[in-house]
Write a protein that binds this ligand. Structure first.
Ligand code: DON
Length: 568
């Protein structure tokens, strides 16, 4: 292993510890940074730089997180967004832990069977690739709400870096140029998408300066008019005109009526730590805690890491938690989610009482076994400062580049989050997740999510913030980061880098990354009747995280992607 110190940018004081470790093929260098004042980790180094500069110029972690959110909409368009939604967990200077839901909502014209044909069958692609797939965007309202209630800088200050990046452009990183090229066929179907992501219908090359004039104008309207700059006026007109072009459902009423919601966080404990997670309409907070509750009675020390007994134990916890997700979880404003019951440690004990150390439980009939078409469509970022603010945000358009439709004239992509509803009872969504009545489509309802922005506190201080993209694997990725740090006593960098595995009840398969399981462990698991143990076709998760250590912070990016961790 070689270790380099590199400074990035002329006037950039922060030193980056870049560990070039022996990584699996296709992995990037993991960036790890240490500092006393503030730290940020995100999927885009340019966006992380924005966050760091905001803190250095006197802003808090909340200001920085909002600025990073807007910057990601410019620099990481497959998941950073104005046209999507997300969740923010926030630890304030005053010591409060808050959960902000800015998930998209189903338009008022949405209906339970909108993605089915007359015979009641799912119409392929309708909930993914069309104008109808878009939920009412929540990101702009959510980020501005966080800033107004808990930030210290003005809207203009936090939006300025994103506007500059969009207006003046930036050298296109190689991974993003490759994404544009990969999706060019779909972008060419929509002139505004082609205008954004192609260079006169040809692909952009890495290093070319990429500018987004329409997006810069949209950001300026938001800086000027706040929420109304997006949900009313010119941008709203453009969104509704885009809907009219493609049989979309979002109306002016949906846009002007959109509200983010402060919700009571999921609070649980794991050993001596307090774990704070996102409540429904995300399943993340509940599932992470449910699984931790099931694991807590067991010893999972370092020597047991990646041993088949441990994988078996964790997979069985995953199997049960995801089965509960399919039945019980949905938007709490539309369905009575039994939150307390699911979080009860006594319930976990009872739910896990049929765990058999010797063999796998019998999952019901195996589902269609679909798997995400691609990873990294969602993105997670973490920011902490020395004042006690900690912000953990996961945001998404759902699949890569959402429905791939740019709102003409406004320069941003729309989400395809409607696919996160259970569009037909028992029908597996893009991530192979099944659901039922709790997550059926209804007007104004929020679709169930797996996003799991998490804050761990010790005493009254934030200790670790983490989370991930990865559809259904978000939850198991977050769980593994926590177990790696708190049970296996790994450094945060190793905990994040360590190869992962995943099980989600249906399909009844263990997916694993290279290096997560060796042949001996696989055959031991097979002996325990885990019949299908398959290499994961995709990298699992992208957990950009920050931990408090030695009176300062360590931020780390996930080497599975080209992210950036900074601190000062
Ligand atoms: O909210 C959810 O659970 C999904 N829409 C997240 C999608 C995602 O993580 C895609 N990224 N890999």
């Amino acid at each position: 292993m070689s270790k380099h110190f590199v400074s990035i940018g002329q006037n950039f004081k922060a030193y980056l510890l870049v560990f070039i470790i022996s990584l699996p093929a296709g992995a990037w260098a993991q960036t790890v940074a240490e500092g006393k004042q503030g730290a940020v980790a995100s999927r885009s180094m340019l966006a992380s730089q924005v966050g760091l500069e905001i803190m250095k110029s006197g802003g808090s972690a909340v200001d920085a997180a909002v600025a990073v959110g807007f910057a990601l909409a410019v620099t990481y368009p497959s998941a950073g967004n104005l046209g999507g939604g997300g969740f923010m967990m926030l630890h304030t200077e005053a010591g409060d832990v808050l959960a902000l839901d800015f998930r998209e909502t189903a338009p008022e014209l949405a209906s339970k069977n909108m993605f089915l044909d007359d015979a009641g069958s799912v119409v392929k692609g309708l909930s993914i690739e069309t104008h109808m797939a878009a939920g009412v965007p929540g990101s702009v309202a959510g980020l501005l709400e966080a800033l107004e209630k808990h930030g210290t800088l003005s809207r203009q200050q936090v939006l300025a870096p994103a506007i500059k990046l969009a207006e003046e452009g930036f050298p296109l990183p190689g991974d993003i140029a490759a994404q544009f090229s990969r999706h060019q066929k779909q972008f060419k179907k929509h002139p505004a998408s082609a205008r954004s992501f192609l260079n006169q219908n040809k692909t952009y090359q890495a290093g070319e300066i990429w500018k987004q004039a329409d997006l810069a104008n949209t950001l300026k309207l938001i800086a000027l008019h706040g929420r109304d700059g997006f949900y009313k006026g010119k941008v709203a007109e453009l969104i509704v005109a885009e809907m009219d072009r493609g049989n979309g459902r979002i109306s002016h009423k949906d846009l002007s009526g959109y509200e983010p919601v402060w919700r009571e966080p999921i609070r649980g404990t794991y050993r001596s730590f307090d774990i704070w997670g996102m409540p429904p309409p995300s399943s993340g907070g509940i599932l992470v805690q449910q699984m931790l509750n099931m694991l807590e009675p067991y010893i999972l020390d370092k020597s047991r890491r990646n041993r088949e007994e441990t994988i078996h134990l964790m997979v069985e916890a995953e199997r049960r938690a995801y089965a509960d997700r399919a039945e019980y979880l949905g938007d709490p404003d539309h369905y009575p989610v039994p939150v307390k019951k699911l979080l009860d440690k006594a319930y976990a004990k009872q739910r896990f009482s049929d765990f058999n150390v010797q063999h796998a439980s019998d999952s019901e009939a195996i589902g269609p076994g679909k798997w995400p078409e691609e990873s990294s469509e969602t993105t997670h970022y973490s920011v902490m400062d020395a004042k006690g603010n900690a912000v953990s945000v996961t945001t998404t358009l759902n699949t890569a580049y959402g429905n791939k439709i740019v709102v003409a004239g406004a320069g941003f992509l729309l989400n395809n989050e409607m696919d996160d509803f259970s569009i037909k009872s028992g029908f597996a969504n893009t991530y192979g997740l099944v659901g039922n009545e709790a997550n059926a489509i209804a007007p104004n309802k929020r679709m169930l999510s797996s996003m799991s922005p998490t804050i761990v506190t010790l005493g009254d201080k934030p200790l670790l913030i983490t989370g991930s993209p990865g559809g259904s694997t978000i939850i198991t990725t977050t769980l593994q980061v926590l177990v790696n740090v708190f049970d296996h006593h790994m450094t945060l960098a190793s905990a994040v880098k360590s190869p992962r595995f995943h099980h989600q009840w249906k399909p009844n398969k263990i997916f694993y990354e290279p290096g997560a399981l060796n042949e001996a462990e696989i055959s031991a698991l097979k002996n325990k009747k885990h019949v299908e143990i398959v290499p994961s076709p995709w990298k699992i998760g992208d957990a950009n995280s920050v931990i408090r250590r030695n009176k300062g912070f360590i931020s780390v990016s996930d080497p599975r992607n080209m992210g950036g961790a900074l601190a000062y």
